[in-house]
Design a protein around this ligand. Sequence first.
Ligand code: GLN
Length: 486
Amino acid sequence: MLNLLNLSEAASRLQRREISARDILQACLDQMRKVEPRLHAFLSCDEPEALAQADAADARLAAGERGPLLGVPVALKDVIAVKGQRLSCGSKILEHFVAPYDATVTEKLRAAGAVVFGRVNMDEFAMGSSTENSAFGPSRNPWDPERIPGGSSGGSAVAVAADECLAALGSDTGGSIRQPAALCGCVGLKPTYGRVSRYGLVAYASSLDQIGPFTKTVRDAATMLGVISGHDPRDSTSVPQPVPDYTAALTHGIRGLKLGLPREYLAAGGLDPQIKTAVDTAVAKLRELGAELVEISLPHTDYALATYYIIATAEASANLARFDGIRYGLRVDGKDPVELYQNTRGRGFGDEVKRRIILGTYVLSSGYYDAYYLRAQRVRTLIRQDFLKAFETVDAIVTPTTPTAAFKVGEKMADPLQMYLSDIFTLSCNLAGICGISIPCGFTQSPKLPIGLQLLGKPFGEESLLRIAHAYEQATEWHQAKPPLD
Ligand code: GLN
């Protein structure tokens, strides 16, 4: 049952040499064999290659090397490049594409000795909130396989929540780490824009995308963040800011911190009363732990969804232009180049991706650019200012992560707007470029489904977020609950 360990437990047992990296990987592979037919978190997994990495980690341990990730299996969302492995982005257009190099985060994980194993499922090109937009079929929620795990990094959340790996990486453009973490009952962290290099991450919306960890505990999120963060000359948007020791911040407690409750989020129309109750109870717990809670206002919240879907689709339409049948992946021939583009893109992209490319091309077209794209950029600035103003008086902001718990497979597929609304509480964080974390804070009654608490922090304020999240986690038991998989 070594797959049940969290990162810090695994690291200390590996370092005492009580267990080997191969033992842990083997336990993860056994768990995959048991649950994958039901959950479908993984798109692929090269077992011999993973075992070779585990053996290499064991050799490093035997030689006396130590490190918090040395020998632990970490799964990667299929949008992050791992040299020599498939990089499908959940799309037919890249189904057979093999990454020619490692992403910076992959390099960093390898240097730390993590066993980079398996490619996990996602909505096609990270567009979606349920993994149902994956060209290779949806993943399933381990708490109820009739339900979606959230998205777009659904496979990452499932793999961690179902103990098929010890931690995972995902990407978050509008909520794709925090929302599936909330719906599957694990920890998901979206770092500040610029904290983690995006080199080797296939771009969806470049001004919003960030890579971040899925873990079983807040301490593990701090460990992962410390390893993957830092300036990278190959990503001009990564910031040359020193990387603090994120785990050192966890001991300080939260007495005296001031936390903001945004009135616009708690009064939101579609908020399930069970989620509201769980968040109210979490807020009471934070107060009991010594934090001061104050009501705040983020007045431009209502515009976030529209602003996001203009900016994200505009950037996506430009980024996805590179999949033309000539340079990457699928090629479906035609009588001339235009027909080749049409055939390839028509056949290679799924419906949601096409919808976004069409919308994004429209909002960027001459005549509409000022009315939509430029205006959205201005509103984005107002949204960022709302947050920066709030952070003049509070250390962090507390909200629900999602308006509802996991919904049924198929429930929202016919209505894109309903699907988009599942990210209503997470999108603003990306528009503002700040950091956010989701941690387990309870369950709905029947069926029993996880609920997430979201904490939003200042730019480069990950230490405070982790500190608050850790204090809450230590005072509650939600993170210890396991989905019924036997
Ligand atoms: N669900 C949002 C979208 O479809 C967010 C996705 C993400 O964060 N990658 O765009």
